[in-house]
Design a protein around this ligand. Structure first.
Ligand SMILES: Nc1ncnc2c1ncn2[C@@H]1O[C@H](COP(=O)(O)OS(=O)(=O)O)[C@@H](OP(=O)(O)O)[C@H]1O
Ligand SMILES: Nc1ncnc2c1ncn2[C@@H]1O[C@H](COP(=O)(O)OP(=O)(O)O)[C@@H](O)[C@H]1O
Length: 198
């Protein structure tokens, strides 16, 4: 790309000012896991709990973002990489704005998640692995997508005909095929409390 003549304008209001105003910190809870593992369910439960505690929180969810901002992207490896790059940029703005940001994307590639992590300050990117066996995800099949993928009606479906690379060192692991929703939410909220975010 040719050199562009752009200048970054810093704000007079920084993270500390926003923390004082909100009375809580900000970070991104980056959920990753197979389709049907429980990312959206848990993300919205955490958002609800944060709201109850009067914390500003917002969920960026895979299906929702693909209806708007990322409606031009599909599920090839390149498109998934671009999907995650844009989400990470948006999440970074939200975190800068003082919001506890919860992202719920399959984000199947380790390298893409690491690129996202590198965009945040140390400690602000909290990877939450929603661990669930493929068998259990297929059994739940909340949107009927596994059935369609197995019938050959959906190409490049994660876990069936496209890869999922589990995280090596996520900050949080919740096993949704062993823990209840309440247990998983409690585990995530504890992490936020111990980290001084809320
Ligand atoms: N081929 C294929 N593979 C995986 N998922 C598919 C596919 N086609 C459609 N869907 C639906 O899109 C949701 C995943 O979108 P994401 O943006 O989270 O995917 S990714 O992070 O870019 O891999 C995913 O949502 P979740 O089930 O909530 O994970 C599906 O509903
Ligand atoms: N312990 C659990 N944790 C999370 N979800 C669970 C659990 N047990 C059952 N479920 C169900 O599994 C499904 C997960 O779907 P969803 O949250 O849309 O997953 P994803 O966003 O990862 O595709 C929901 O229907 C949810 O009610």
């Amino acid at each position: 790309m040719s050199k562009r003549h752009l200048t970054w304008h810093p704000s007079h209001i920084g993270r500390e000012e926003r923390r004082r105003l909100n009375d809580h910190g900000s970070c991104v809870l980056w959920f990753t896991g197979l389709s049907g593992s429980g990312k959206s369910t848990l993300a919205y439960e955490v958002e609800k709990e944060l709201y109850r505690l009067r914390c500003r929180a917002y969920v960026l969810d895979g299906d929702n973002i693909r209806h708007g901002l990322n409606k031009n992207l599909g599920f090839s490896p390149e498109d998934r990489t671009e999907n995650i790059r844009r989400i990470a940029e948006v999440a970074k703005l939200f975190v800068d704005a003082g919001i506890v940001t919860v992202t719920a994307f399959i984000s199947p590639y380790r390298a893409d998640r690491e690129t996202a992590r590198a965009m945040f300050r140390e400690g602000d990117f909290i990877e939450v692995y929603v661990k669930c066996s493929l068998d259990e995800c297929e059994r739940r099949d909340p949107k009927g997508l596994y059935r369609k993928a197995k019938a050959g009606e959906i190409a490049d479906f994660t876990g069936v005909s496209a890869p999922y690379e589990a995280p090596d060192k996520p900050e949080i692991v919740v096993s949704s095929d062993r823990q209840s929703i309440e247990q998983s939410v409690a585990c995530i909220m504890n992490y936020l409390r111990n980290g001084g975010f809320v």
